[in-house]
Design a protein around this ligand. Structure first.
Ligand SMILES: O=C[C@H](O)[C@H](O)COP(=O)(O)O
Ligand SMILES: C=C(OP(=O)(O)O)C(=O)O
Length: 363
């Protein structure tokens, strides 16, 4: 066959992918699960809109590569979250898509067996199947929305999403965020810049029209309503940005932009200088700030796994250590439990005060 000189010159292969609708037929949601997820989303909205004083905690592995280990982790997190639910609303990080600084493993959906076979359809099946299992355990779930088509396949199972530091400035991601069904956090840029996140929050709160995918798998013009439940995630950049002065600066910039100052602090990434051992120190600062009366910090993010540290995603599967991250290094389960118990205990009083302020403002 004669090669087309002008079209798809650099496309080597095309494969028709299952439609969102068809994938969902294999993993249908029960009415109970629908209600549970809608309720979790509403709880997060209540936290953002100051009707629920609890701290939103997005906690879990940097990325999922082993669904069995994710279930093991989730069992521990579920038990603990039920115990601490007076102070903390814990949502499990279930990240299937990794944005890379240059190149590297792009997550379970893109290359489910980490063997460069890139069986994306299998990745979608694994991702949706795991989300169903986790949701059935009663856990609210969080993910990063990276590929603009992925939410059509799995978004119904997600209660909170993030737009990452590498994509917060992208129009495509802001458009997608404007149509997402759950609250969404925008990370500051990798250089620490706040403007990109604040602009993203503004942009995503507005209606947009753009080309996207329908549930039936048709390329379609999507018209969105705008997502009013955005917030900024301070993740550090060239230097950390979790201290009281950084939080105050972000708060002031958000207010100046006419936005409700709702902030989540990411204890990992630029805020830990990528040293997982520093995550509890960042959390300590958040506890102190809330004890001192801070009202704008509505949540924290923690990268945590069964076992601490990380390992290379290039290792042969049989050499991979169980429950250890293949992307950013995480704190282990024992340290996670200690940290979450400490947060819950030390925040009980200040959060009661938040509740009292909310009640006073509402009356
Ligand atoms: O959270 C994970 C990583 O920080 C992010 O995907 C970037 O990773 P990289 O800089 O190793 O590519
Ligand atoms: C990639 C992530 O973070 P960031 O966008 O802040 O680098 C992440 O949270 O997994």
């Amino acid at each position: 066959m004669q090669k087309d000189l002008l079209n798809n010159v650099r496309i080597q292969h095309e494969q028709i992918l299952i439609t969102p609708e068809k994938l969902k037929e294999s993993f249908p949601l029960s009415r109970e699960l629908e209600h549970q997820i809608a309720q979790s989303r509403q709880t997060i909205i209540d936290i953002l809109e100051r009707r629920d004083p609890r701290l939103l905690v997005v906690c879990g592995p940097c990325s999922i590569h082993d669904p069995d280990a994710a279930i093991d982790y989730a069992k521990k997190l579920k038990a603990l979250s039920s115990e601490l639910d007076k102070e903390l609303f814990i949502v499990m990080r279930v990240y299937f898509e990794k944005p890379r600084t240059t190149v590297g493993w792009k997550g379970l959906i893109n290359d489910p067996y980490m063997n460069n076979q890139f069986d994306i359809e299998c990745g979608l099946f694994l991702a949706r199947g795991l989300l169903m299992d986790l949701a059935e355990m009663g856990l609210p779930l969080a993910t990063e929305a990276l590929d603009p088509n992925t939410p059509q396949y799995i978004g119904d199972l997600i209660s909170w999403s993030a737009i990452g530091a590498r994509t917060t400035e992208s129009q495509t991601h802001r458009e997608m965020a404007s149509g997402l069904s759950m609250p969404i956090g925008f990370k500051n840029g990798t250089d620490g810049g706040l403007d990109v996140a604040i602009n993203a929050m503004k942009s995503a709160s507005m209606p947009h029209r753009f080309v996207g995918l329908s549930q039936a798998g048709q390329v379609s013009v999507l018209q969105t309503m705008g997502n009013p439940h955005g917030h900024v995630i301070l993740r550090g950049g060239k230097t950390p940005n979790y201290e009281a002065a950084d939080v105050a600066l972000c708060e002031a910039q958000m207010k100046k932009a006419g936005l409700l100052a709702n902030l989540m602090v990411d204890c990992s990434h630029g805020n830990s200088n990528k040293d997982f051992r520093r995550q509890p120190l960042v959390a300590d600062s958040i506890i102190e700030q809330i004890q001192a009366g801070n009202q704008s910090i509505i949540g924290v993010m923690i990268e945590s796994n069964i076992n601490e540290g990380n390992q290379s995603s290039d290792l042969p599967r049989e050499q991979l250590q169980y429950g250890v991250s293949v992307t950013d290094a995480c704190i282990n389960w024992d340290d996670t439990e200690t940290l979450l118990r400490k947060m819950s205990q030390q925040l009980a009083k200040p959060l009661q005060k938040r509740q009292a302020t909310m009640t006073a403002l509402a009356s």
